[in-house]
Design a protein around this ligand. Structure first.
Ligand code: DC
Length: 249
């Protein structure tokens, strides 16, 4: 069973030499899964992490929590210095659940539902355009690389955060299919949604995530692309487990 509880404030309590830690860390296997919203990354990563018994990094959740914390504190989303301060101060815990959802605690408060709204997704997309914010979150994401391995979900996992990952995947799907999946996910979570609006918002977010200059959403040169439009989640899992076995055993 995989259980991962990660706290943001990590101190090097044993006084390890940072370079030594980095080198040891780089031997830990990583699978990066990047792609736009609704491409199926989230569920795939949860299932893979569970099957492999590896840790899980949902990097989008980190941007979502930061956006939510800033919104709650009435901080403008483009105020980089304050966002960086919040990023440093926030205590975040991730707890994967047996139903493939992720329980997210911000300063011990359960914000799992609040961070998943479309409005907060847009906020996260805005906050994540800042190079300063991305830099402030970089090491925190890399700290998730722990034995026996890590499955990561995001936009720049294979290009920027884990450029030496052993297996890089890029998931895509048509915008209509992604909107449908996102809509169904919101409804299942008890969040009110409208399909046409979900599609519009998804296109806005795609555009912003792809066009930004800081670590934009793009396919890593050595990534394997999978179009999931016509595939079930089970088919995608089977394909990726095959790739993971071939790469890591
Ligand atoms: O994966 P998600 O929908 O939860 O991500 C929310 C936003 O966070 C997304 O629109 C862009 C940003 N994000 C990012 O810039 N880089 C990542 N690695 C993950 C998410």
């Amino acid at each position: 069973m995989i259980y991962f509880c990660h706290k943001f404030r990590i101190s090097n309590a044993f006084g390890y030499n940072h370079t030594t830690m980095m080198k040891a860390n780089e031997k830990i296997p990583v699978i990066t899964i990047d792609g736009p919203s609704g491409s199926g990354k989230g569920t795939l990563c949860q299932i893979l992490a569970r099957k492999l018994n590896w840790h899980l990094l949902d990097s989008g959740a980190i941007y979502r929590v930061l956006a939510f914390a800033a919104f709650q504190a009435n901080i403008p989303l483009m105020q980089d210095d304050l966002l960086v301060q919040i990023a440093g101060d926030m205590k975040l815990q991730f707890k994967p659940q047996s139903d493939n959802t992720l329980k997210v605690l911000l300063n011990n408060q359960d914000v799992s539902k609040e961070i998943r709204t479309e409005a907060n997704g847009q906020r996260a997309s805005v906050v994540s355009t800042s190079a300063q914010v991305r830099e402030a979150l970089l090491q925190k994401q890399r700290d998730f690389r722990q034995f026996p391995g890590l499955v990561t979900d995001g936009r720049d996992m294979g290009t920027t955060v884990f450029p030496n990952a052993g297996l890089k995947l890029f998931l895509s799907a048509s915008a209509e299919e992604r909107a449908k999946r996102r809509y169904e996910q919101l409804i299942n979570q008890g969040i009110n949604a409208n399909l046409a609006q979900v599609l519009d918002e998804l296109l806005v977010r795609d555009q912003r995530d792809t066009a930004r200059s800081a670590s934009p959403l793009q396919v890593a040169a050595d990534a394997i692309s999978i179009d999931t439009t016509k595939l079930s989640i089970e088919q995608v899992v089977e394909q990726v487990m095959g790739l993971a076995k071939a790469r890591f055993t």
